[in-house]
Design a protein around this ligand. Structure first.
Ligand SMILES: [Zn+2]
Length: 317
């Protein structure tokens, strides 16, 4: 997405996902696509102030390296260095949930005295926390471990080494896998392995299955509704814990997963907070849904560029 200084999109392009490309092949393709995109936009290069990358996985923010796979033994390479070389522009990187959170802040929907969390539902459950107008970064800019909070002790094994993590019960992948175990739903989501679909074009097959299931749930299919709402309740419980620990007043839901199932998840999260949040008699907790899929994270990545240029004191050291 090419964005102007107000955070409005000027030009948008969507291309194929990683598939089975190696890091070197993928970076070369992205660099070429970025050069074409900037050229076709008609905006002179000296008017473009930087490139922001929304990354779904683990980041080393000091040198912009990302992990290539979501395993405990990831392969690291520096996407920031490669895109800087390809574009000739300053490049910043942030996790996708963090991009959406900063985009919310820069677009003026949130004031700097309002702390809030953003949950980003894509293949997993991303997380970002904004405090006093700054993104909370933790020790290594990898705050997104919220999806590895144990939600179902004794549940399925997660790649992180734990069991029953939020990722394994609340993500679109988890919902589809749960549906595949129900004979009455197998026709809706198909018997294909979700892990394989994820390696395809931007995970679009995954969202297709997830969307089909959510639509069936919304049309009154009880089995589909049970599977989706079970996932949403696990997330609602985890959000309740988070809101109680941090005394939050606002939760933002974004990402392609919430485009499909957002209203079901939002309603169950809001219900849990209304009836069980520790501070419910002092203040309510707003749960707001943002639609816009992947584009929201890409737009937010442009806000990360602005944030870095205008508030460098908030950058990680
Ligand atoms: Zn885990």
């Amino acid at each position: 997405v090419l964005s102007d200084l107000t955070g409005a999109p000027v030009k948008v392009v969507s291309t194929a996902g990683i598939g089975t490309l190696t890091p070197e092949e993928f970076i070369a393709r992205i660099a070429a696509e970025l050069r074409d995109f900037m050229h076709e936009s008609g905006v002179p290069l000296d008017r473009i102030i930087g490139v922001g990358i929304a990354n779904p996985g683990e980041i080393d923010s000091r040198d912009g390296r990302i992990s290539w796979s979501s395993t405990m033994d990831p392969q690291y390479f520096s996407i920031v260095e490669a895109i800087t070389d390809a574009s000739g522009l300053p490049v910043v990187i942030e996790n996708d949930a963090g991009c959406v959170a900063l985009g919310e802040f820069w677009s003026g929907r949130m004031s700097s005295d309002q702390d809030f969390v953003t949950l980003y539902l894509a293949s997993g459950v991303g997380f970002a926390l904004m405090i006093d107008g700054a993104l909370y970064r933790g020790a290594s800019s990898n705050v997104g471990g919220f999806q590895h909070v144990v939600a179902d002790p004794g549940g399925a094994e997660c790649w992180c080494g734990s069991r029953g993590c939020l990722r394994t019960v609340s993500s679109p992948v988890a919902v589809i896998e749960a549906a595949r175990r129900d004979p009455s739903l197998i026709d809706l989501v198909g018997p294909e392995d979700v892990g394989l679909a994820l390696a395809g074009v931007g995970g679009s097959e995954l969202y297709l299955g997830f969307r089909t299931l959510v639509e069936a749930a919304n049309d009154g299919d009880e089995a589909a509704g049970r599977v989706v709402d079970t996932a949403a309740r696990f997330l609602a419980n985890a959000v309740l814990g988070l809101v109680n620990v941090l005394d939050l007043g606002k939760v933002v839901l974004a990402g392609p997963g919430f485009d499909d199932a957002g209203e079901r998840y939002r309603a169950l999260i809001a219900e849990a907070l209304d009836t069980e949040a520790l501070m419910r008699k002092r203040h309510g907790v707003q749960v707001e849904l943002r639609r816009g899929g992947d584009e929201l994270a890409a737009l937010g990545a442009a806000a990360v560029v602005l944030h870095k240029l205008l508030t460098p004191h908030h950058d990680p050291q």
